[in-house]
Design a protein around this ligand. Structure first.
Ligand code: KG4
Ligand code: ZN
Length: 351
């Protein structure tokens, strides 16, 4: 059978991205344009600026992806775009572009759930088999699930307040480290003492798989205010970042332990923990969870950092996975700003 080639488009937040992936798991092109500089002065993503930037850059990125892969539109087999969850303006730009390309060139259109893009990435990078425990940690999401199949996810627990990426971003802001906070906090923490500040470990020890990060964020603020003059030296910032990361690592490791235990109760064989989403790029967390899985005799799969943060290769790949199951979406598919992973009910794989 001839190879299948998918164009993926991602515009749900502040990255404009286009990629081309082949069904043998080869990424032929992977174009990502970050809008960081556009949003930096505001300390967060401004939806109107994001939508405008997607509109300005997407066409060019798609052409760049085709050039990188040395392909033409006619050689593609499908066009996949993130259709939610995310900022509606950006979603509309990506979905409308994908539909227009699909209609013009007579290709199937696939509406992809952004979270499923993250969730299936380890199958692109490591050919992981279902079922697996999925820790999804990004700027807007923080949850533990069992991935049972394409479109088939069971939630074990999620955050009751902030997402962990959001906690990184807010901590960075309080420390004057700019946006996005995750990479900045990770960088500063390298020279810090993780034991200097005694920060709380919210929900640690509870018999569930939920998360809570707003108390941790508040504790960081109190710890900053308690410093003499409320002034932060470079060492203070480093120590705070290291202490914050240590607290996050402790909490997430504890929650994942519970998730693996629940998974094992139902699946006697080996367990695999997959970590996805932007925060999975954090090397401290990667080490922490790798050690945890070693101790628990579980496998761990974390995609390379470039495929953890938002990208379009994951969207193209999700398109391939869904299309293989015979799924095609109509050109009337409306973008969904809210779209939980547990709501992919159009597709009902065998239990
Ligand atoms: O998946 P993603 O790129 O976008 C969303 O779908 O939200 O995740 C972005 C989040 C941001 O909160 C960012 O601060 C965080 O991921 N992040 C990190 C790191 N790189 C990105 N957090 C901690 N350490 C990192 N190295
Ligand atoms: Zn994401």
């Amino acid at each position: 059978m001839a190879a299948m080639l998918a164009l993926g488009i991602e515009t749900s937040c502040d990255e404009t991205a286009a990629a081309i992936v082949r069904d043998d798991r080869t990424v032929l092109a992977d174009q990502v344009l970050s809008q960081l500089e556009d949003h930096a002065p505001y300390g967060g993503v401004v939806p109107e600026i994001a939508a405008r930037a997607h509109l300005d850059h997407l066409d060019r990125l798609i052409v760049a992806a085709l050039n990188q892969a040395k392909l033409t539109f006619d050689q593609l087999d499908l066009v996949a775009a993130t259709a939610g969850p995310g900022l509606i303006g950006g979603l509309m730009v990506g979905v409308t572009t994908a539909k227009a390309l699909a209609a013009t060139h007579g290709k199937p259109f696939l509406a992809i759930n952004h979270l499923e893009g993250h969730a299936l990435t380890p199958r692109l990078t490591n050919q992981v088999e279902f079922p697996y425990v999925l820790l999804l940690v990004s700027g807007g999401h923080c949850q533990l699930l069992i991935a049972k199949g394409v479109g088939n996810y069971e939630r074990l627990g999620s955050t009751i307040d902030d997402a962990v990426g959001e906690a990184f971003d807010k901590t960075a802001k309080m420390l004057g480290l700019g946006y996005p906070g995750g990479p900045a906090v990770e960088q500063a923490a390298r020279d810090g003492d993780p034991k200097r500040f005694a920060l709380p470990r919210p929900l640690k020890g509870r018999d569930n798989c939920d998360f809570s990060f707003s108390g941790l964020k508040t504790a960081v603020r109190h710890a900053i205010n308690a410093l003499p003059d409320g002034k932060l030296s470079t060492q203070d910032v480093a120590d705070m970042c290291a202490s914050f990361q240590a607290a996050v690592g402790d909490v997430i490791a504890d929650r994942c332990t519970n998730a693996l235990e629940r998974f094992r109760r139902r699946n006697e064989d080996s367990a695999t923990l997959v970590v996805a989403g932007g925060v999975a790029a954090n090397s401290e967390l990667r080490h922490r969870l790798t050690a945890l899985c070693k101790a628990q005799h579980a496998e761990i799969v974390i995609p390379p950092p470039r495929l953890c943060t938002d990208n379009a290769a994951m969207i193209a790949w999700a398109g391939i996975e869904r299309h293989r199951l015979g799924i095609v979406d109509g050109l009337d598919f409306a973008p969904r700003p809210r779209w939980p992973l547990t709501d992919l009910s159009e597709l009902k794989p065998a239990p």
